[in-house]
Design a protein around this ligand. Structure first.
Ligand SMILES: *Cc1c(COP(=O)(O)O)cnc(C)c1O
Length: 358
C-alpha cells in the first residue's frame, strides 16, 4: 500500500519523537509554563528574526480559527480564497471561534486571490454601514489549496489592499516550510517583513505528531490570547508535549530538511506524470502537492496497485481546463517520509509498465 493522499497520512519524524521521549522524563510545569515551551518560543523568535508571541495548539483548524478570532469582532468579515481550508475544511470553526464573523470567499484561479478580486469582495461590505458586516481580516493560504505558492510580490500586493482598507492579515502556513523553500526566502521575509500580522506556523504535516504555532509579532494583537486559547479548549495541560515537538522540529534545521525532501519528491512525481499519456497537470507544482487529471483507466490501475491519491474537485482550474467524464482528478501529496521507490511505483503503474506495485 502506497498512500500519497495527503501529508498527514504519515506519523511523526524520528527527531521529533526522540525529543518527545526526552521531554517525557521528569516533572514540568503545566499549561505551557514549562522550559520546553520557553525553548520553542526562543527558537521561533530566531527563525522569524523577531520577538514572537507564540501559542501552540494541536490542530491547524484550531490554530486558524483562534488566530482569526483575534483579528475580527463578531460583526466582522474575514476574506480568504473561496476554496481555502478556512472556508471549506474547518467545519465552521472559524465562524464559531470568532463568535460568528462572516467568512467571505474570494474566487481566484490557481488557488490564489488577486488584489482586484479582494477589492471586488470588499466593495460588498461598506465600512460604517450598519447593515453590513465590517471588513476585518484577510487570510492568505501559503501553500494554497491548489498546491501553488504566492510570490512575495503577490503577498505584498494583497497586504497592500488589506492595509488600505484597515484589515489585519493572517497567513495559513499549514505548509509554511514547503512554501518558504519554494521561494528560497526566510521566514521573516514571508511574514512580518511584508506585513503579515499573525501566522499559523504548521508543523504537523512536516514532521510533528500534532503541533501548530500561532505566532503574533505584535504584543497588542496577542493581548488576552492566552484566555482565548484556553476558553477554546486548546491549551494543553501537559503543555511540554507541544514545546518538545517544536524543539525537535526546529533543532538542527530538521524542519528544513523535511520540507526540502517533500518538495523534491513532488518535483520527481510531477516530472514522471508529465510523461504519462493523457495526464494533465492543472496547476504549477510549487511545493509538495501534485494535482493531475488522468484517464479513469489509469486511476483504476492505481486502485488495483493499492496506490492511494485523494480524489479532487475544484472551481479554480485555469480557463479552458475541463475534466471529462472518462477522467479522474487526483491530488498527490509528498512528505518527509515519501520514498523515491513510491514515486517510481506510481509512475510505473500509471504508464502501464507494472500491473501492481509489489
Ligand atoms: C491541513 C491544513 C490545515 C490544518 O488542518 P487540521 O487538519 O485541522 O490540522 C490548515 N490549512 C491548510 C491549508 C491545510 O492544508
Amino acid at each position: 500500500m502506497i498512500n500519497l493522499a495527503s501529508d498527514n497520512v504519515v506519523g511523526a519524524s524520528r527527531p521529533v519523537l526522540e525529543t518527545l521521549l526526552k521531554a517525557n522524563d521528569g516533572a514540568a510545569m503545566p499549561y505551557g509554563t514549562d522550559s520546553w515551551t520557553a525553548d520553542a518560543t526562543a527558537m521561533l523568535a530566531k527563525v522569524f528574526e523577531h520577538e514572537v508571541h507564540n501559542f501552540m495548539v494541536a490542530t491547524g483548524t484550531g490554530a486558524n480559527a483562534l488566530a482569526l478570532a483575534a483579528l475580527t469582532p463578531p460583526w466582522g468579515a474575514v476574506f480568504c480564497h473561496a476554496e481555502s481550508h478556512v472556508m471549506d475544511d474547518e467545519c465552521g470553526a472559524p465562524e464559531m471561534f470568532t463568535d460568528g464573523a462572516k467568512i467571505v470567499g474570494v474566487p481566484g484561479v490557481n488557488g490564489k486571490m488577486t488584489p482586484a478580486a479582494v477589492e471586488a469582495q470588499l466593495e460588498r461590505f461598506a465600512k460604517g454601514v450598519v447593515k453590513s458586516v465590517q471588513p476585518a481580516a484577510l487570510s492568505i493560504s501559503q501553500v494554497t489549496e491548489a498546491g501553488t505558492v504566492y510570490t512575495l510580490d503577490e503577498i505584498r500586493a494583497l497586504v497592500a489592499v488589506a492595509k488600505k482598507h484597515g484589515l489585519k492579515t493572517h497567513l495559513d502556513g499549514a505548509r509554511f516550510t514547503n512554501a518558504m523553500l519554494a521561494l528560497g526566502c526566510t521566514a521573516a521575509e514571508m511574514t512580518w517583513k511584508i506585513g503579515i500580522d499573525v501566522v499559523t506556523f504548521g508543523a504537523s504535516k512536516n514532521g510533528c505528531l500534532a503541533c501548530e504555532a500561532i505566532i503574533f509579532f505584535d504584543a497588542a494583537l496577542a493581548e488576552n490570547f492566552q484566555y482565548r486559547r484556553k476558553r477554546g479548549g486548546h491549551t494543553l495541560s501537559k503543555g511540554r508535549l507541544l514545546g518538545a515537538q517544536m524543539v525537535g522540529y526546529l533543532e538542527n534545521d530538521h524542519w528544513i530538511a523535511n520540507a526540502k525532501h517533500a518538495n523534491a519528491m513532488a518535483q520527481t512525481l510531477a516530472s514522471g506524470l508529465r510523461t504519462i499519456p493523457g495526464a494533465r497537470l492543472p496547476w504549477p507544482v510549487d511545493a509538495n502537492e501534485v494535482f493531475v487529471v488522468v484517464p479513469q483507466s489509469a486511476k483504476k490501475a492505481l486502485d488495483e496497485a493499492h496506490i492511494r491519491a485523494a480524489p479532487w474537485s475544484s472551481n479554480c482550474v485555469p480557463d479552458g481546463f475541463t475534466i471529462g467524464a472518462d477522467e479522474a482528478f487526483l491530488r498527490f501529496v509528498t512528505s518527509f517520509a515519501t520514498q523515491p521507490s513510491e514515486i517510481e511505483a506510481v509512475i510505473a503503474t500509471l504508464s502501464g509498465r507494472r500491473a501492481a506495485a509489489e
